[in-house]
Write a protein that binds this ligand. Structure first.
Ligand SMILES: NC(=O)c1ccc[n+]([C@@H]2O[C@H](COP(=O)([O-])OP(=O)(O)OC[C@H]3O[C@@H](n4cnc5c(N)ncnc54)[C@H](O)[C@@H]3O)[C@@H](O)[C@H]2O)c1
Ligand SMILES: [Zn+2]
Length: 357
């Protein structure tokens, strides 16, 4: 087991950690007599393991298992949670534990941060994306019909427990999508992650927990380091959006059904590397190395049936580009990026053409 400190929280990464989560929560919040456990139905088995640990540590546990899916990340779900928290008598010193993917950790963290102005929060992320990204950094939120994550808070959990053994049951597309974010960390900050991933590609395909522990540890450490330098996203934190400027446009243009988030980020990174090359910021080798690794991971680098102009329109509607300018995170080399680079619309379109079939 390895521990990453981040502001007021600790992030523990280790195989088999799930069954120790209860004891660790007790250690970090010794006063808690009650725990509220939020999960979704696909993660209920993991929630039960965590519940046993909490009970063994002497806590009374209330579980709520919501339906899975992004559509549950809404204010009405938070309201339903508040109702259950009230009925269960969850108070300031109780523990709120979210066991699931990014939907459960974002929604649960939002509810915990607002219930009685914030109660002790613990996250047990169960997707690759949630272990390397969503559960780290303290952003919480729910979606509105007007846009994703429009309502939310910054709220650091006390503990995050990442157990790579849970990936065993993850649907293939969710797992591979998570690898898109993993490759992202390599490009933005960790050149050595590239050869590590290439060398271990078989173990990655087989979801070997030891290999995944190393990967989660490295990626979570990078995110923690970036967040600790810029918690509220006034500068450096933007580098975490590498591949996302175009990625979000692709997701939106596809009506959020065509591409998994990680797939969109993968194509978005390919396009960003093309743009960086066109602007003379990086050599062809960067694009080639990234393209090779994305393909090895089973990720797409091209997209079908999304015309570049349509994607550009979707990008213009994104609140991050609201002033009509496109600011990109662009690679200079594997392991090093520049952020806040303004890219003219014509270059965005030619980057999109390069990834369209
Ligand atoms: N807060 C942040 O900083 C941050 C960062 C990135 C993403 N996010 C958010 O994360 C969300 C996406 O997270 P996600 O990709 O984890 O999606 P998700 O929570 O919807 O999980 C994906 C699917 O896998 C299932 N699942 C989860 N763990 C499983 C397991 N171990 N075995 C079998 N099935 C399992 C879920 O039930 C769901 O059907 C989005 O809402 C996004 O906005 C937040
Ligand atoms: Zn992402």
């Amino acid at each position: 087991m390895r521990r990453i400190p981040l502001l007021s929280s600790v992030i523990d990464v280790g195989c088999g950690l799930l069954k120790d989560a209860g004891a660790r929560i007790r250690e970090l919040e010794p006063r808690a007599k009650k725990a509220f456990l939020l999960t979704d139905r696909n993660c209920a088995r993991y929630a039960r393991t965590v519940r046993s640990g909490l009970q063994a540590a002497g806590m009374e546990v209330e579980i709520l298992a919501i339906a899975p899916g992004e559509s549950q990340k809404k204010p009405a779900s938070a309201a339903r949670i508040y109702d259950r928290l009230a009925r269960a008598g969850i108070e300031r010193q109780s523990a709120f534990v979210a066991v699931g993917g990014g939907v459960v950790t974002d929604l649960g963290a939002f509810a915990a941060s607002t219930w009685m102005r914030g109660i002790p929060l613990f996250l047990v992320p169960t997707t690759l994306l949630a272990q390397v990204d969503a559960a780290i950094g303290g952003k919480t939120g729910v979606n509105l019909p007007q846009g994703k994550n429009l309502v939310g808070t910054f709220y650091q959990p006390l503990g995050v427990f990442c157990d790579p053994e849970v990936f065993r049951t993850l649907p293939a597309r969710e797992y591979v999508g998570g690898l898109g974010e993993v490759v992202k960390y390599g490009v933005i900050r960790d050149a050595e992650l590239f050869p590590f991933l290439e060398k271990n590609i078989e173990a990655i395909r087989e979801r070997k927990p030891d290999t995944l522990e190393e990967i989660v540890f490295r990626c979570a450490s990078i995110k923690a380091d970036v967040v600790s330098k810029d918690e509220k996203e006034s500068g450096l934190r933007a580098i975490l959006n590498y591949g996302h400027t175009i990625g979000h446009g692709l997701e939106a243009a596809g009506g959020y059904r065509k591409l998994h988030h990680g797939e969109a980020v993968s194509v978005g990174m390919e396009a960003a590397a093309v743009i960086a090359m066109d602007m003379g910021l990086t050599p062809l080798e960067t694009l080639a190395a990234q393209n090779r690794l994305l393909k090895l991971c089973g990720l797409p680098t091209r997209v079908k049936g999304l015309p570049p102009r349509k994607v550009l329109e979707a990008m213009r509607l994104d609140k991050k580009n609201s002033d009509g300018r496109f600011r990109f995170v662009l690679p200079e080399a594997v392991g090093r990026v520049r952020f806040g680079v303004e890219v003219p619309a014509e270059l965005v379109v030619s980057g999109l053409r390069a990834v369209s079939v």
